[in-house]
Ligand binder design. Structure first.
Ligand SMILES: [Zn+2]
Length: 129
């Protein structure tokens, strides 16, 4: 018996290689993106409303995440200083570890953050003197 092609779903096949749940989900997604394509202004207004309704909690969430991942943020910032759209003159030609460079196969900012944590340790908190 063939099963749903969504990973770890394993339910009985319904249509187009999917179980009933996932088929319905895909269909709804398709309807939504079709509506968005047809009503770009309305879609934009919806996104704006949702953004404003949840702005403060989103900003708070981001702040908490950034504070907890300051090594990752630091690796990413330096990548942008060197390779970004508007590179900083002082950083021109500065070497950047290949393993930390997402432009190289297998490279990632995550790897850089992990290296920093393993070899240097976490950044001291803001009140560190
Ligand atoms: Zn499924």
């Amino acid at each position: 018996m063939k099963l749903c092609s969504i990973q770890e779903c394993g339910k009985k096949l319904y249509a187009r290689g999917l179980c009933r749940t996932h088929y319905n989900r895909q269909w709804q997604k398709g309807r939504l993106s079709a509506w968005r394509a047809k009503n770009p202004e309305k879609a934009k207004a919806h996104r704006r409303t949702a953004y404003l309704a949840h702005r403060d909690e989103q900003q708070q969430k981001s702040k908490v995440w950034y504070d907890a991942h300051s090594e990752w943020v630091s690796v990413r910032s330096h990548w942008y200083y060197i390779f970004g759209k508007n590179p900083l003159a002082a950083y021109r030609g500065m070497p950047f570890c290949r393993g930390w460079n997402p432009k190289h196969l297998g490279g990632s900012w995550e790897a850089g953050a992990k290296w920093i944590l393993d070899h240097i340790g976490p950044r001291p908190d803001k009140n560190y003197d």
